[in-house]
Design a protein around this ligand. Sequence first.
Ligand code: IMP
Length: 428
Amino acid sequence: MKGRVEVIIGAQWGDEGKGRVVDALGSRVDVFARYQGGANAGHTVIVEGKKYVFHLLPSGMLYPCRVCVIGNGVVIDPEQLLNELRELQEQGKDRARLVISGAAHVVMPYHKKLDTAQENQRGKGRKIGTTGRGIGPAYVDKYSRCGVRVEDLLDGDSLRDKLEYNLDEKNLFLSKIYGEEPLPFDEVFDQAVEWGKALAPYVGDASLIIDEAIQEGRGVLFEGAQGTLLDVDHGTYPYVTSSSPVAAGGCVGLGVGPAAVDRVIGVVKAYCTRVGEGPFPTEDEGESGNRLREKGAEYGATTGRPRRCGWLDLVALRYAVRVNGMSSIALTKLDVLTDFERIPVCTGYEIDGKAEEHFPSGVHRQWKAKPVYEYLEGWKEDLSGCAEFDRLPLQARKYVEYIETACGVPVNLIGVGPGRDQTILRNF
Ligand code: IMP
């Protein structure tokens, strides 16, 4: 029998709690596989009261005897990855076997410099609010076919050749356009060779390993980073990241055909947040938004930036259901809504005075979208100890059921706190 393949995606603007959902489901999974993005992600997992933040490593690293894969679709900052790995090793927590695709691209020092320089150059009103991790420039090189792949780090000649070409060009950009110091070839080359030596034991054929696991009947989980509305094609372009966080990105970013996927689990925060610039129709810049930020500890796991906060947006969520083929919802942070007397939920938009039920394509219409709210009754009870759906207060259950009806997708997992055990599984 073939193994079960599930994809975990962010259904909003990232930071939905994918790491904690992956961790909560981990006992059923044999292979955890990250498929896109890079160290811009920050996946938080809390186990036995201890907090771990993974930027590049898959969130399954804490599970013993599992395989954790970093796929070809990821852009890898080796320094960050090696630091993360070292930290886990020092604590004796690097329990899974790590496999890194040789075809994954490397975030080089010039990508990070270019990311910051380009963001500064954009000026007011044009900034994207990137994480400064070099993600955009690394993907640009990938698609313009000059990028350095992990396998190049293991081959001095190939590395030298690619680096000579790249550094000539990047140094021109850095010095002539952005007024930055050029990077010395020898320093970058030596550093990259060292990275290659350190990464070599982990490099493998990610696609083959996943396929073998599927053929052997083992459970495989594709782990997305960021979220649907940050997708380079389907998000609020140009205020997006440079990869494909949607579920289909999992197949491309790991080398697995779409027919292998059994289930797409969309992680949905019970309200909405966004970091960086761009449209956010249900943003609440008032007192309630501040309350959500403080109660939900909504500060970026990667950059520490305060997240913009607002209400659940069903227009955007139905769109996420469509573009991902979502078949299941994991609803996180329901506990954060406790004590709100009534909870606004956006059921439609008004754009240029007209009702709009679909998420608009095009940032200009997205900026203009005004939310139409329905108000659901809140609850006062503490949810953090609830282990079963039926134990939730009636209004909290109604909130969950309202989402299911509005999206036509079951809510199979509910997060009522950050810990692994604060998870309600429902018909999973
Ligand atoms: P970049 O991915 O660093 O290029 O940033 C592009 C946009 O995506 C910015 O608005 C970032 O704040 C946002 N972004 C990138 N990664 C994450 C994430 O993991 N969570 C939430 N937002 C993210």
